[in-house]
Design a protein around this ligand. Structure first.
Ligand SMILES: [Zn+2]
Length: 286
């Protein structure tokens, strides 16, 4: 593929937090034909700034996933510009059969889901969107969210929340899926991008190194969880308390990540639990 001609414009939304870092970065790609990637939260001033920067040339509003900090402003931007909203699907699209069943059984989760999100067009894995200015390929990359898309643009990939340079990614079941996350990391790595452009925080100039770090971090966490369970059976919350050295207010998030590991371990038969799997389940090593 030919190298991209022009850097995408970046507009930072005013929503910094522990999960969004400096806030949501909205990308505007192209000149005569502008694609907006992740308009961000429904903040009128932010959405109006995007519309102004697009100078009546916004033709596509692309969403990596239906979390409010990425998608909630899409409807307002679409009204202002007339551009359609393109995404994998609504907030629940892409859930595996296992995760759908666990959700019915009372797994909790669903943090940040944009339940009102209704894209005009559904994108499938591998779908190409092309204008004279740019060509993007939608890649279905679940893990953080079941319907998460990344967008490949030449040798760069807009990777949403799948890979960040400054933080690991929240994987909260049933929308977060650790097994899917590992597959998506492998897929990105196999494409050998030169640069990754996450929605939160700076561009990643050494993608393979960062992907490797993140995968290693999760494998280490898996080993810690198994070691703790060998000492005594415990719930996700109990394990998070024993393993994570984080302040009390971060423990609920850590608990969701631990639960993602426990579900992945149960899928390969490495942990056991009585009855149905829920947020309170006590696990033991198999
Ligand atoms: Zn997200």
């Amino acid at each position: 593929m030919t190298p991209p001609a022009k850097e995408p414009l970046q507009i930072l939304a005013p929503n910094p937090s522990p999960l969004t870092g400096p806030g949501t970065t909205t990308f505007l790609l192209g000149d005569a034909h502008v694609a907006v990637i992740d308009p961000g939260p429904d903040d009128p001033a932010h959405i109006e700034a995007i519309a102004r920067a697009g100078r009546d040339r916004i033709g596509h509003i692309l969403i990596t996933h239906a979390h409010r900090d990425h998608s909630a402003g899409a409807a307002r931007l679409s009204r202002l510009t007339g551009a359609p909203v393109l995404a994998f699907g609504d907030a629940h699209a892409g859930r595996s059969a296992l995760m759908a069943r666990l959700a019915d059984d009372g797994l909790g989760g669903g943090e940040g889901l944009d339940h009102a999100f209704a894209p005009d067009q559904h994108l499938r894995d591998g779908q190409v969107i092309a204008t004279p200015d740019w060509t993007l390929t939608a890649l279905h990359t679940p893990g953080h969210a079941a319907g998460h898309l990344s967008f490949q643009w030449g040798d760069r990939i807009f990777c949403g929340d799948l890979v960040m340079g400054w933080s690991s990614t929240l994987i909260s079941p049933p929308d977060g899926d650790l097994s899917a996350y590992f597959r998506s990391l492998d897929r990105l790595a196999a494409l050998a991008p030169r640069v990754l452009l996450p929605t939160h925080g700076p561009a990643i100039a050494a993608p393979l190194q960062r992907i490797d770090e993140l995968a290693r971090h999760r494998r280490d966490r898996t080993a810690q969880i198994l070691a703790a369970l060998r000492t005594r059976p415990d719930s996700a919350a109990g394990l998070a308390r024993r393993i994570y050295a984080v302040p009390e207010q971060v423990l609920p998030i850590a608990t969701r990540n631990v639960l993602a590991h426990l579900i992945a371990l149960s899928q390969i038969g490495a942990v056991d639990f009585p009855g149905i799997l829920s947020a309170e389940t006590v696990f033991s090593t198999a």
